[in-house]
Design a protein around this ligand. Structure first.
Ligand code: PSV
Ligand code: MN
Length: 392
């Protein structure tokens, strides 16, 4: 067993300083195209979503930022929302644009063949940049639902040209200290082709834009069997891994609790991150969650996801890198694999409980949240109004 005292000062610092950003939409209702189940206590607006996110931070101590989604999280005053967040001990983080829920975008947003609709989609991003100025957010995240369902439906090449031009217009409007974060996804909602399906396409677009354009890797946005840690390394080498959207998938873009489907994959990803020195808070990589809690309670779902990322990180920090390098240099295939598996098989939960106690937190965040009575309070208080929903 490994204890907190066995960690080097540097390992301990990295673990203690790790932060994970929460998505506001994880606290709203979500579901499938078959049914969105309403849950008592679900937030009605961005203020209530931020309050719920602050609970996750209160009990884990590692989730101090909340990403917003525009227009889902539009409020009369973003300054008031920023102050509300600060009072609750969190900050507003990445701003996500949404150009996939307006009828006008049926045939595309930034790629649409109609210049007026392209302009509308670009303007939606300029509105997001205004929100960023009000909230102090430094990152504009773009995920597009653009694509086609049938071969020949539109010109793939022309759509790439329009995309590049639209992205350039948006990028040129960002302030010098703001970034454009481009997310890829291989299918859905489009079925034949997606305009930004993979890391290569995203990377080629951000390279054309400039230094403040980076790629977001959503772990759910790959075909089954994809070696995601290989992509992590490619993006790190290019200096363009801006962020993760962590979640778990069994089949498609399931958005399940992080580490629930494949904790070993999460460990392998964090192993490459640690090996590259990208865990440090100044590395430029933002560790975010992107989730939908369709069945489970949302706040505990986020708490568990954050804890699972922390657990995978602790295991990755425990990899004996000297022993690994020696085994690799000796072409000791089994030995090298054993070094990695030793770290993965280590139970780091006692160590993390000690770390939390050291930080003045309850060692068991899920139990402490359950005892707090917060869920019962919001269920009683949040009566009436329109519950926030992913499909809002
Ligand atoms: C798309 O599936 C996605 O993962 C994007 O990251 C969005 O930000 C998120 O869902 C919510 O729209
Ligand atoms: Mn995502």
């Amino acid at each position: 067993m490994v204890a907190l005292s066995d960690l080097t000062a540097e390992q301990r610092r990295l673990l203690a300083e790790q932060t994970i950003e929460l998505p506001s939409w994880a606290f709203g209702n979500s579901g499938t195209r078959f049914k969105v189940f309403a849950t008592p206590g679900t937030p009605r607006d961005a203020f209530e979503k931020v309050a719920d996110a602050a609970q996750v931070h209160r009990f884990t101590g590692i989730t101090p930022r909340v990403s917003l989604h525009i227009p889902w999280d539009l409020v009369d005053s973003f300054e008031a929302l920023r102050d509300h967040a600060a009072e609750l001990g969190v900050e507003l983080g990445t701003i996500n644009s949404n150009v996939f829920q307006d009828n006008d975008y049926k045939f595309g947003s930034l790629t649409n063949s109609d210049p007026a609709l392209r302009r509308k989609a670009v303007d939606a991003h300029l509105e997001c940049i205004d929100v960023m100025r009000a909230t102090g957010s430094k990152v504009l995240k773009i995920w597009l639902a653009d694509g086609t369902n049938y071969p020949g439906q539109d010109s793939i090449a022309a759509r790439q040209e329009r995309l590049a031009e639209s992205l350039q217009t948006i990028y040129s409007e960002l302030d010098d200290d703001q970034q454009l974060l481009l997310e890829y996804k291989f299918f859905e909602p489009a079925f034949y082709h997606t305009d930004i399906p993979d890391w290569g396409t995203a990377l080629s677009h951000v390279l054309a834009l400039g230094e403040r354009a980076v790629v977001c890797l959503d772990t759910g946005h790959h075909a089954p069997g994809t070696n995601i840690e290989f992509i992590v390394v490619q993006l790190l080498r290019a200096g363009r891994l801006g962020a993760f959207d962590f979640n778990s998938r069994f089949y498609a873009d399931d958005d399940l609790i992080v580490g629930s489907a494949d904790p070993f994959q999460l460990f392998r990803i964090m192993h490459e991150i640690v090996g590259f020195g990208a865990l440090d808070k100044d590395s430029g990589v933002n560790f975010m969650l992107d989730q939908c809690h369709n069945l489970e309670a949302k706040i505990p779902g986020e708490i568990l996801s954050a804890l699972n990322v922390q657990e995978a990180t602790a295991k990755a920090l425990l990899v004996d890198r000297d022993a690994l390098s020696r085994a690799q240099a000796d072409h000791d295939v089994i030995g090298a694999n054993q070094v990695l598996m030793d770290a993965f098989s280590t139970d780091v939960r006692p160590l993390l409980r000690d770390l939390r106690e050291d930080q003045g937190l309850d060692p068991d965040p899920l139990a402490a949240f359950a005892r707090s009575g917060y869920l019962e309070t919001i269920e009683a208080e949040r009566v009436g109004g329109q519950q926030a929903s992913w499909g809002a």
